[in-house]
Ligand binder design. Structure first.
Ligand code: HXC
Ligand code: NAP
Length: 289
């Protein structure tokens, strides 16, 4: 799909890069020539991912292209230390804010700590990394690219995932605001809003019963979930120089799910029988003699 050197020499940090969509993006970026930095809270997960990606992409250990650094993005000081350590080896070109926390709950059952946990990871975590990188890019008068991973419910909201919905909506606003404020200094800021893509992290928390997967697919016009490869390809395009004029946009990749949910007549239309559809067609007038 892409030229093999599309991301040659790009230095990219992926938060939450040890699992799921972040890991898939890391693999694609490596295949396209990038050097990746992956952070997350769990050192053992990061170490296993580094080994796996090394084997899959055949990277040479002489020039290490995969770096894993534990960091809790909720902690502003820890993020500043992380970004400082990366910058000591050279500036980043791309920041992908992918780390997230989420779970299903009735909102009235949530403690303040539950809100703080998810908003801390998703909104403040994104803010911490974006400020740490953005300030450096601006001070050095160099460009940079930020890719934020949101959800399709940033604009609609969603019941039962309210901490995530409010935090992702904040990330959406941050994306659009800084695309304008920093765009004139060479910093591009975009987002991907994925629909459901099977990952252990998301599906173990958001699909309480496996049989609900089939019902979930019925909500998607394309009739299937997205794949990590499709996500990684879109991410590669958006962080590459090939998409250099895209700034402040949110690209939805959900098989049409949210539009199907929003359409006034979609559900009604599926209920109608063949006979009812035929009855609603205009009556053919008799042919003129
Ligand atoms: C209600 C909960 C809860 C639950 C935790 N809490 N789980 N409340 N229902 N299921 C509360 C706790 O009681 C606590 O509040 C607070 O949240 C923090 O919980 P901890 O377990 O101490 O936090 P921590 O260990 O830091 O874990 C954070 C986490 C966890 C967010 C709770 O789920 C996590 O580590 N998630 C990371 C990965 C992830 O969520 N991936 C899914 C992304 S999918 P108190 O008040 O007791 O202190 C996604 C979009 C999907 O984002 C869209 C699909 C289409
Ligand atoms: P995932 O595998 O659970 O990924 C979340 C990652 O974030 C994990 O690697 C986790 O690692 C890391 N993380 C969590 N809290 C952190 C913290 N405080 N500091 C640093 N890292 C932290 O889930 P995923 O499905 O790949 O999700 C990736 C992104 O896609 C998220 O932004 C999610 O909201 C978005 N998304 C996913 C879907 C989907 O269907 N999969 C749909 C829409 C949007 P540690 O636990 O080791 O810290």
């Amino acid at each position: 799909m892409f030229q093999k050197d599309l991301l040659q020499a790009k230095r990219i940090l992926i938060t939450g890069g040890g699992t799921g969509l972040g890991k898939a993006a890391a693999q694609r970026f490596l295949e396209l020539g990038a050097e990746v930095y992956l952070c997350g809270r769990r050192q053992d997960v990061l170490a296993a991912t580094e080994q796996e990606l090394h084997e899959r992409t055949g990277g040479s250990r002489d020039h290490k292209k995969i770096h894993t650094l534990p960091c809790d993005v909720r902690d502003a000081a820890a993020v500043e230390e992380l970004i400082g350590a990366i910058w000591a080896e050279g500036p980043l070109d791309v920041l992908m804010n992918n780390a997230a926390g989420n779970f299903l709950s009735r909102t009235e059952d949530l403690s303040l700590g539950a809100f703080q946990s998810v908003i801390g990871i998703v909104l403040l975590g994104t803010l911490h990394t974006t400020m740490a990188c953005g300030r450096r890019w601006l001070a050095e008068s160099r460009g940079g690219v930020v890719l934020n991973i949101t959800t399709t419910y940033t604009t609609t909201g969603s019941a039962y995932v309210v901490p995530s919905a409010v935090a992702k909506a904040g990330v959406h606003a941050l994306t659009r605001s800084l695309a304008v404020e920093w765009g004139n200094r060479g910093i591009r800021m975009n987002a991907i809003a994925p629909g459901p893509i099977p990952t252990e992290g998301a599906f173990s928390r958001l699909l309480p019963r496996p049989e609900l997967a089939e019902a979930a697919k019925k909500r998607i016009p394309l009739g299937r979930f997205g794949t990590t490869e499709e996500f990684a390809n879109l991410a590669a395009f958006l962080v590459s120089d090939g998409s250099g004029y895209i700034n402040g946009d949110v690209v939805t990749m959900d098989g049409g799910e949210w539009l199907q949910g929003a359409g006034e007549f979609t559900a009604l239309g599926r209920e109608l029988t063949e006979e009812e559809w035929q009855r609603m067609r205009p009556k053919k007038s008799a042919p003129k003699a």
